[in-house]
Design a binder for this molecule. Structure first.
Ligand code: CTP
Ligand code: CA
Length: 233
């Protein structure tokens, strides 16, 4: 891990970071999930801690250990993540939604393991329902001065570039910063290296050079720092 770029410049700042994917149960043994490793969220939590912040990490299942010295709230589902964040966010100066929240969950969770029917080739049809948009809820309930940061992994398509999609998402979500991960070129989940662009609500676009998730985390905190009251030098 890299040394903190600006030791102490987040001293006393209360930070909540979400990390990892969510798991949406189908039955007691199965779930719908995604490939988020939690690495970027964990790197953000560690970097904030090293810069002096008081950090709460709301973590879905993550493939890397949570850093020492941060408060960890472990969750599995999107609904649990929403509840954990509703509890933690009101006291925070900064909330960063680095988690990959499942957009949908099975409408029904079987109380028992779903079995094959030995007499037929039938397969069950899984009906999905929308999960709440946690980030939108955080924005709607945020305190004056609280900084809310979202993430978006986007690809360009025939309706626009990744940057255009991210700009529209930032406006739609109403957060202060949106960290765009352009995944068009196939640089996706679970990798150690990453390259992002930080979009601010005032229209500022800050490209962050490709680097480790630790280096990218430092750059994201630099952008957050500028939005906090009395930013230091
Ligand atoms: N997010 C959230 N709750 C959800 C879905 C997403 O809080 N139910 C957050 C993510 O943590 C991320 C941001 O919203 O910070 C953007 O997530 P993304 O999946 O890119 O946006 P969506 O609104 O779900 O749009 P899309 O249809 O592109 O997936
Ligand atoms: Ca989504």
């Amino acid at each position: 891990a890299s040394a903190p770029r600006r030791p102490g410049d987040l001293a006393g700042v209360r930070v909540v970071v979400s990390a990892g994917g969510t798991r949406e149960p189908l039955d007691p043994v199965r779930f719908l999930g995604n490939r988020s490793s939690g690495r970027q969220g964990v790197a953000l939590a560690r970097a904030a801690r090293d810069r002096g912040a008081r950090v709460t990490l709301v973590a879905g299942p993550i493939e890397v250990p949570a850093p020492d010295g941060v408060e960890v709230v472990s969750v599995e589902t999107a609904l649990q993540m929403r509840d954990a964040l509703s509890g933690a966010a009101p006291a925070a100066d900064v909330v960063v939604m680095a988690a990959a929240v499942a957009d949908f969950r099975p409408a029904q969770v079987a109380g028992h393991k779903i079995k094959k029917n030995a007499d037929t080739d039938d397969a069950p049809v899984v009906t999905l329902v929308r999960n709440p948009d946690i980030l939108a809820g955080l924005v709607a309930r945020r305190r004056a001065g609280q900084v809310v940061v979202g993430f978006a992994a986007e690809t360009g398509d025939d309706t626009g570039t990744a940057l255009e999609h991210a700009t529209a998402k930032l406006a739609r979500k109403g957060c202060d910063l949106l960290v765009l991960n352009d995944v068009s070129a196939g640089k996706v989940f679970g990798r150690a290296d990453t390259e992002v662009t930080v979009l601010a609500a005032d229209g500022t676009v800050t490209p962050v050079p490709a680097g480790t998730k630790e280096a990218v985390a430092e750059a994201i905190w630099d952008s957050v720092r500028k939005l906090l009251p009395t930013p230091g030098q």
